[in-house]
Design a binder for this molecule. Structure first.
Ligand code: SF4
Length: 126
């Protein structure tokens, strides 16, 4: 669930994974669910434009392009199954709380995320 702290949107993590349900989605109102929640899903691998056949380039770009959002890795109930953690380790987790699919806040961090999330952008990938 997303919250804004000191003008920066951050994720608040659930204690345990919850399946997507209508009553859960309704908690976001009047916002759209994607404005309030970030949803986890299995990696789509070759079905995703960020997958290079081995790694998630989105995770790599985020680690390379974004500043850490927190000092310590958050408590996270999906860590054992998380591709970003298994690929990038703590460097992904200290950035994870500031990753959102929707942002109303204009900031250098939000712009860096927008560029990192664009699979057609020509930044890095080294
Ligand atoms: S990157 Fe880290 S904090 Fe984010 S979902 Fe994966 S394990 Fe959890």
């Amino acid at each position: 669930m997303q919250q804004t702290v000191d003008g920066v949107q951050r994720l608040a993590y659930l204690d345990r994974p919850e399946p997507v349900r209508e009553d859960l989605l309704a908690l976001a109102k009047p916002l759209a669910p994607a404005q309030a929640f970030r949803f986890a899903a299995p990696c789509a691998k070759s079905g995703c434009s960020h997958f290079d056949g081995v790694d998630c380039r989105l995770a790599k770009r985020i680690v390379q392009q974004l500043d850490a959002g927190v000092d310590e890795i958050p408590q996270c109930a999906i860590r054992d199954d998380c591709r970003w953690w298994n690929q990038e380790g703590a460097a992904a987790c200290v950035r994870c709380p500031v990753i959102s699919t929707h942002s109303d806040v204009a900031s250098p961090q939000a712009e860096a995320l927008r560029i990192a999330a664009d699979p057609t952008s020509d930044v890095l990938d080294s």
